[in-house]
Design a protein around this ligand. Structure first.
Ligand code: G3P
Length: 280
């Protein structure tokens, strides 16, 4: 499984790329906002154009970086997708354009298929597209049929929706079992969202469908909230998991590893450390 960093924070990106296990970066308007607020707080001036170019240069030629459009109609999304691609892909040739699979809002405004049409038109122009805000396998299938190179199922947000149905209290980073959770009143009935048991179930089903029909579209497990969920996505066969910086850090840490480091350090024999001192 490839690993992307889900961040627009330049320092996080620099650090994660230096750790050599990052294969790409995904951003979205919320992540850009977070990065801009952090910059403002530290008194830095914001030049968005220059900032994005720095991100792209930092990530480098071989690793894709997803940049999202802001518009909600097919025409706006295509126009903005082209602007982003023309402006930024020339930096290191690594830009993919993120298009929401469906732009109908909570008030019901918008055309349900504008996202799909925008994906298709950009894909026809050979612009790599990452279809985002995927909450069902059927949305993923439609996006892939329209020509998306990537689909991004929002695993953590599916889990949020299921937990919200129960009224249970939870932290965003709490682990949610890939197999789902049962209704308190019956151990037979799982609480689901659109017949999905969990966000990982969503990822697994998309992987399964794409495999049956040999769909050439990579599945980016997104909205990953903790290391165990990243593991579950790997087991589900996701091509890529895009993880926040904090999740990436937690993936390498374990108390047993820490204890082992202490034990090995305490047990070092002088004769053994002398091997490294050049004194022998
Ligand atoms: O990649 C999508 C991601 O940024 C959304 O994550 O945690 O806000 O659901 P989250």
């Amino acid at each position: 499984m490839k690993l992307f960093l889900d961040s627009a924070h330049l320092q996080e990106i620099k650090k994660a790329v230096s750790w050599v296990i990052i294969d790409g970066v995904t951003t979205n308007p919320s992540l850009i906002k977070k990065a801009v607020l952090a910059m403002r707080e530290s008194g830095e001036r914001i030049d968005m154009d220059g900032y994005i170019k720095k991100i792209l240069a930092e990530v480098g030629r071989m690793r894709p970086v997803s940049l999202e459009v802001a518009g909600l109609t097919a025409d706006e999304m295509v126009e903005q997708g082209k602007i982003l691609y023309d402006k930024f892909d020339q930096v290191t040739g690594n830009v993919a354009i993120k298009i929401p699979v469906c732009t109908v809002n909570t008030s019901g405004e918008g055309d349900p298929f504008d996202g799909i049409m925008a994906i298709n038109r950009l894909s026809d122009e050979k612009i790599p597209v990452n279809a985002t805000l995927i909450f069902t396998p059927e949305q993923a299938l439609l996006a892939a049929k329209a020509g998306a190179d990537y689909v991004s199922p929002f695993a953590g947000r599916v889990d949020d929706r299921i937990r919200q149905k129960t009224g249970m209290k939870f932290e965003k980073t709490d682990y949610f079992p890939a197999t789902g959770i049962f209704d308190e009143s019956s151990t037979d009935s799982l609480i689901t969202d659109h017949e999905l048991n969990s966000g990982v179930d969503l990822v697994a089903r998309i992987v399964e469908i794409f495999s049956i029909y040999e769909v050439e579209c990579e599945v980016i497990a997104a909205s990953i909230r903790n290391a165990t969920q990243a593991r579950d996505c790997a087991e589900a066969g996701a091509d890529i998991a895009t993880v926040p910086f904090s999740v990436l850090e937690s993936m390498v840490m374990h108390p047993g590893t820490r204890d082992g480091i202490d034990a090995f350090t305490n047990d070092l024999e002088n004769d053994y450390t002398a091997l490294f001192s050049g004194e022998v």
